[in-house]
Design a protein around this ligand. Structure first.
Ligand code: FEO
Length: 426
C-alpha cells in the first residue's frame, strides 16, 4: 500500500490520496502533550479533514484547529478550487475541528453546511452570527455530489451531543469524527504504516467514549451493517487495513461483562470504606451483613486502603449500587474517598443506587458532603446517610444492619420496608 507524502517537492503541504476521489487535507500537531486539559499524548495528535470529489461538486468533511488552518488550506488548494466546493460537512463542532470553518465559509460562500440536528445551537455559539445558512440532518438524510453521495448517521454523544458520522457508499468509506480516533501523530498517516498506536486507541476510548457506552452501542448498530473499506476519523491513523477490527474492539469495550459473572436476576452492590480507628470499618461490616439479607443482591465489601482505584472504577461502572464509608476529619470526607469519586468521571453512574455512612468525632460533615457528590454524579440516594459518633454501640450496629438491608431492598425495588427481626440482625 502507498505511503503518505505530505508535502510537494518545494516543501508545501499537499493533499494525500485515500482513493482517486477522497483526499486527506488535515494537519499534524506533533508537539501537543495535553489535549483538552485532561488527555495526555506522548507524540502529539493530528486534525484530520477530508475532501470528497463527486461528478457535480466537491465536499469538505471537517476542518482543523485554528492554528493549523494554513496547512489545511494549502492542502485543500492542492486538490480543489474553492468555487468547486458545494458541501461542507461538520461531524462535530469542537474547536479542534471547526477552527478553520469561518475562513472556509468566507472562501467558499456558495457551499452548503451540513450539521447534525443537535449541533444547531452550538454552531450559533461558535460563529456568533444570527443569520446562518445550514442544513440539519439525521440518519437517512443524504446529499448527492453526482456519482458520489454522503449519507448521514445520527450518532450523538460520541462524545458530544452534536456528533454524527458520514458514510460515502460509493467509496465504502466512513467519516467517523472522533469515533475510532486517537491522539497519535505519525506522518505516515495510515494504520498499516504508522507506529504502534494500540495504547493511544485504548486510552482515547477510555477517556472520551467510555462514559457513553450505551450511545456507542447504538452507533455500532448503524455502522456495523455498512460495507467498509476504510474509516477516516478526525484524529490519528486512517484505518484502511482491516477497519472492522476497530469496530469490533469498540463493541467489546462497550459491552457489559458483569452479567456473565452473576445471574441476570441478581444485582451487584459494592461497599467501599476507609477507616482510621476501625469504627467506620465496623459500620461497613454490619451494613454488609444487613445487605446480604436480600438473596438477590450480590454484595461486596472492600477496604479502599487495600486496593488500587483503577480496578475499583471498573467494578463500579457495572455495579447497580455503590455505598461509601468515610470518617470525617477536619470537617471533610477523607482523601481516598475523594480520589475514588474523582476517578468516576470516566464512567456513567446515572441512576445507580448510592449510599453513604461513616463514624465521626466532632461534627460529621463528611457523610453529607459525599452524599451531595453522589447526587451530583447522578446517582439516586434514597436512604439518608448514616452517621455514628466514634465507636458504634450494639444498638448502632443494629442500625447499620438495617441500613444495609434497606439499601439492598431499594436496589431490588422492594418498596415496603420489611419489618426487622432484631434477633436476626444481632
Ligand atoms: Fe476532536 Fe471532540 O474533538
Amino acid at each position: 500500500m502507498n505511503a503518505a507524502i505530505l508535502t510537494n517537492a518545494a516543501g508545501a503541504p499537499q493533499a494525500v490520496a485515500l482513493s482517486e476521489r477522497v483526499h486527506w487535507v488535515g494537519a499534524l500537531d506533533p508537539n501537543l502533550r495535553t489535549f483538552d486539559i485532561i488527555l495526555r499524548t506522548a507524540n502529539g495528535t493530528s486534525y484530520n479533514a477530508y475532501v470528497i470529489r463527486g461528478s457535480t461538486g466537491v465536499a469538505v468533511v471537517d476542518t482543523v484547529k485554528e492554528g493549523f488552518a494554513g496547512d489545511f488550506f494549502a492542502r485543500l488548494e492542492s486538490i480543489a478550487d474553492y468555487s468547486e466546493i458545494k458541501v461542507i460537512v461538520l461531524n462535530h463542532l469542537e474547536p479542534d475541528h471547526t477552527g478553520a470553518l469561518p475562513e472556509l465559509m468566507r472562501r467558499a460562500p456558495q457551499a452548503q453546511l451540513f450539521i447534525s440536528q443537535k449541533a444547531q445551537s452550538m454552531l450559533k455559539g461558535l460563529l456568533k452570527q444570527d443569520e446562518l445558512s445550514y442544513k440539519p440532518v439525521l440518519t437517512g438524510d443524504f446529499v448527492s455530489l453526482g456519482d458520489r453521495s454522503i449519507h448521514f448517521l445520527h450518532t450523538p454523544y460520541l462524545h458530544w451531543p452534536d456528533t454524527q458520522c458520514a458514510y460515502v457508499p460509493e467509496e465504502q468509506t466512513l467519516f467517523s469524527g472522533d469515533v475510532f480516533g486517537c491522539h497519535f501523530c505519525d506522518q505516515r498517516l495510515f494504520n498499516d504504516q504508522v507506529g504502534d498506536f494500540r495504547f493511544s486507541f485504548e486510552y482515547y476510548y477510555a477517556h472520551i467514549m467510555r462514559p457513553f457506552k450505551e450511545y456507542v452501542l447504538h452507533a455500532l448498530e448503524l455502522i456495523e451493517p455498512l460495507p467498509l473499506k476504510l474509516i477516516a476519523p478526525t484524529h490519528g491513523p486512517i484505518l484502511r487495513d482491516r477497519p472492522d477490527r476497530y469496530i469490533n474492539r469498540y463493541r467489546q469495550l462497550s459491552s457489559p461483562a458483569l452479567h456473565s459473572e452473576i445471574s441476570p436476576q441478581q444485582k451487584s452492590l459494592l461497599i467501599f470504606y476507609i477507616s482510621s480507628y476501625g469504627n467506620t470499618r465496623r459500620m461497613a461490616e454490619a451494613i454488609y451483613q444487613g445487605a446480604m439479607q436480600v438473596p438477590e443482591v450480590r454484595v461486596s465489601l472492600y477496604d479502599l486502603e487495600g486496593g488500587e482505584v483503577s480496578p475499583f472504577v471498573d467494578l463500579i461502572e457495572e455495579a447497580d449500587g455503590l455505598v461509601l464509608g468515610t470518617p470525617t476529619i477536619n470537617g471533610d470526607a477523607v482523601k481516598p474517598i475523594w480520589d475514588l469519586l474523582s476517578s468516576l468521571t470516566v464512567v456513567n453512574l446515572k441512576n445507580k443506587l448510592g449510599g453513604v455512612f461513616g463514624s465521626y468525632g466532632w461534627t460529621g460533615e463528611g457523610v453529607r458532603l459525599v452524599e451531595d457528590r453522589l447526587r451530583g454524579l447522578k446517582l439516586r440516594v434514597p436512604v439518608p446517610g448514616l452517621r455514628v459518633k466514634l465507636i458504634p454501640t450494639d444498638a448502632e450496629i443494629v442500625e447499620c444492619k438495617a441500613f444495609g438491608l434497606e439499601l439492598a431492598q431499594e436496589l431490588m425495588g422492594i418498596r415496603a420496608a420489611k419489618t426487622l427481626d432484631i434477633s436476626d440482625l444481632m
